[in-house]
Design a protein around this ligand. Structure first.
Ligand code: URA
Length: 241
């Protein structure tokens, strides 16, 4: 997003905006190698190179950490080629460029983290860090104790055996039951495929937790920024300081 050069300089900690104007007038500021002396020039931090006294200056990128309660019917991308509503549409008030961490299916609701912190995102998505994702699944019929054991131990899918999971029957019944499943992998449609493999297809699916982060307090379609201590907890979870 473009911003005035003085603002860019002040964000980079070079000068106040007023002092920035002086630097510009004095011919000490270059944009993409060209000296700028008039006011009103804007720069896009993502593409433009700014120098003061021939030294590059760059503001530290502000990190953004957002938790969204995704409703069913929104695709987890920034832009959909078919024009369907996206999760980006739900966080329009956020100015910075953020992207979803992992994916929830069109027909899955629940907790979606969005951030511009690529390092944290990569680790959260990588199974080797073992971050738990907990889902509430409403399934057909009443899974037996044997089925629950199977889900917990590992289910054979066409892309291999699933890693151990935590499985809890919250409310057993017929024609449907409610299960909690915590998994550490993130394969495509994994929970749905696991439950299909044991003949208890999913009726509805919601993610309620990502590591230490829960949906508590958010209504469907709402989002909020993580607190400082939540960000710390997420980083700690994947060995970042
Ligand atoms: N597993 C699924 O099957 N779907 C999701 O959206 C997330 C996990």
């Amino acid at each position: 997003m473009a911003e005035r050069l003085q603002k860019y300089l002040s964000r980079a900690g070079i000068s106040s905006r007023r002092a920035g104007e002086k630097l510009i007038r004095e011919g000490r500021v270059k944009v993409n190698g060209k000296t700028v002396t008039q006011m009103g020039v804007t720069v896009d931090p993502a593409v433009d190179r700014v120098e003061v006294d021939n030294r590059p200056v760059k503001p530290a990128e502000q990190k953004e950490y957002i938790m969204l309660y995704k409703p069913v019917g929104f695709v987890t991308t920034l832009k959909d080629p078919y024009g369907r509503p996206t999760v980006r549409d739900l966080v329009q008030d956020v100015q910075r460029r953020i992207f979803p961490v992992g994916r929830l299916d069109l027909d899955t609701s629940g907790l979606l983290l969005m951030t511009n912190d690529g390092e944290l995102a990569n680790r959260l998505m990588h199974p080797s860090y073992g971050v738990e994702k907990e889902y509430l699944a409403r399934v057909h019929d009443l899974p037996s104790a044997e089925v629950l054991r199977k889900l917990a131990k590992g289910v054979k899918l066409d892309d291999g055996l699933t890693m151990p999971a935590k499985v809890r029957l919250i409310k057993g019944g017929r024609p449907t039951s409610l299960l909690s499943l915590s998994i550490t992998e993130g394969r495509n449609r994994q929970v749905r495929r696991m439950l299909e493999a044991v003949n208890h297809p999913v009726v509805s699916l919601k993610r309620v937790r990502l590591g230490p982060l829960t949906l508590k307090g958010l209504k469907i379609g709402q989002w909020r920024r993580l607190t400082v201590s939540e960000v710390k907890a997420m980083k700690r979870e994947v060995g970042l300081k």
